[in-house]
Design a binder for this molecule. Structure first.
Ligand code: ATP
Ligand code: MG
Length: 403
């Protein structure tokens, strides 16, 4: 049989999502959110039309489907994407398209590769004349050529020529691009992430996004003491995270006045050791107020258990006690290496690795407390008019919308 070689671009993207994880009641909301997020993510490349069909989404666009596929691979809720070609829903027509799809897949193989291979049909359209197994065999017999570098293997093959027949049309594909999984951003609600320029908080934000949170960001910056590059770096990190959610809001809190006030009331050797914890408690207080303003339901931090001296259970308790909302710590049980791997994967690591001081390094105590006590924190804080300090700080907050 003379089958033409396809060098034509795909007709659409088949987008799969983790429907098994869904409860019945959530399905509709999940699918609507995913469709909305896919359209929004693609819009900077090309306008798309998204159709829903039997537990799949199909993304149509006039052009640039390859770039769109890469873009969809950054949309939470998507488990995989296949650029796919449309074929008439009849066996011969499918074979004609299938050889072209296979040629493209073979052309992309590394030199000398001989992957295991099979044809795998899914037939939602029961009017079709052949069963799935019959169509697998029918296509394989007609499409494979002597000399194709393929080893037929039905069990866990490396290369699958996929065919899906449904609603009077067939889709043919050979590639599967991994998606990030998770839940569509926005389906769980909105959170405020305390982000520094470090490695951890951007990863914590990414994990909150992955579980369906819309994330807004707050950073504390000691202007006048800590240089502007430290703040620019946080902005860059938020931009990287914006590729997973779209335009993202960063609130910048000028923190030097608060730190100066805390320094002034921690002059004894013992009290001085509390400075870092006290900074963090003020961050929680201010972030809680901002979260309410921004209609966020929880705070997110990059803290994990025991990673640094300030992250003992005692100190985490002291810090959390100042928050007015639940504090989520997606990295709580991660080793540093696990966090670094995710940071690398999401493109944040190189930025985070650039050394810039954090405001918490300002007026560092000589001997930081590792087992803080809440009563001691409160005893020191009584020396300040906290409400006024918080209110004055809130007036100075800057809002940046970054994309
Ligand atoms: P990171 O890598 O995120 O800086 P870390 O492991 O260095 O985290 P800490 O520096 O102790 O740990 O910070 C703990 C958490 O406190 C951070 O993950 C972040 O959520 C928050 N945080 C620290 N400094 C700031 C800041 N300047 N602005 C906003 N949040 C901050
Ligand atoms: Mg840090």
């Amino acid at each position: 049989m003379n089958l033409p070689v396809s060098t034509t671009p795909p007709d659409a993207l088949l987008v799969r999502y983790g429907e098994l994880a869904l409860k019945r009641g959530n399905r509709f909301q999940f699918e609507q959110a995913l469709m909305r997020n896919l359209r929004a993510a693609c819009s900077s490349i090309e306008p798309v039309r998204v159709e829903r069909e039997h537990g799949r989404l199909i993304v149509f666009a006039e052009r640039r489907l390859e770039s769109l596929a890469q873009r969809c691979a950054q949309v939470f809720g998507v488990t995989s994407i296949s650029p796919a070609w449309l074929a008439p829903a009849e066996p011969e027509g499918i074979c004609r398209v299938a050889r072209g799809v296979l040629d493209d897949a073979l052309a992309a193989l590394p030199q000398g590769a001989r992957p295991t291979f099979r044809v795998l049909t899914k037939r939602a359209d029961k009017r079709f004349p052949l069963t799935s197994l019959e169509l697998d065999r029918f296509v394989a017999e007609r499409v494979l050529r002597e000399g194709d570098p393929l080893v037929i293997e039905l069990d866990r093959p490396q290369l699958v020529l996929g065919i899906e027949v449904r609603d009077g049309r067939a889709w043919v594909f050979a590639r599967r691009i991994h998606g990030p999984g998770g839940l569509p951003v926005g389906t769980l609600g909105r959170v405020l992430c305390l982000i520094s320029g470090g490695i951890d908080s951007p990863v914590a934000a990414w994990m909150a996004l992955k579980r369906g949170c819309e994330v807004r960001y707050v950073t504390f910056h000691a202007r006048g003491f800590i240089g502007e590059p430290a703040l620019e770096k946080v902005g860059e990190l938020v931009r990287v995270l914006a590729t997973w959610q779209g335009s993202s809001r960063l609130l910048v809190v000028p923190f030097a006045p608060v730190q100066l006030a805390l320094k002034a009331v921690t002059t004894s050797a013992l009290d001085e050791g509390y400075r870092t914890i006290l900074y963090r408690r003020m961050m929680q207080r201010i972030a809680s107020r901002l979260a309410l303003r921004e209609e966020c339901q929880a705070l997110v931090t990059g803290e994990s258990m025991g990673q640094v001296a300030s992250q003992t259970l005692e100190n985490l308790s002291c810090i959390e006690a100042a928050a007015e909302l639940p504090v989520l710590r997606p990295l709580v049980a991660f080793d540093k290496q696990e966090t670094v791997e995710i940071a690398q994967r999401i493109g944040a690591f190189a930025l985070s690795a650039v050394q810039e001081p954090d405001c918490c390094t300002l007026f560092l105590p000589r001997k930081p407390i590792t087992r803080g006590r809440i009563e001691s924190c409160e005893r020191i804080e009584q020396r300040l008019d906290l409400e006024t300090l918080v209110a004055q700080t809130l007036e100075q907050v800057e809002t940046l919308d970054l994309a």
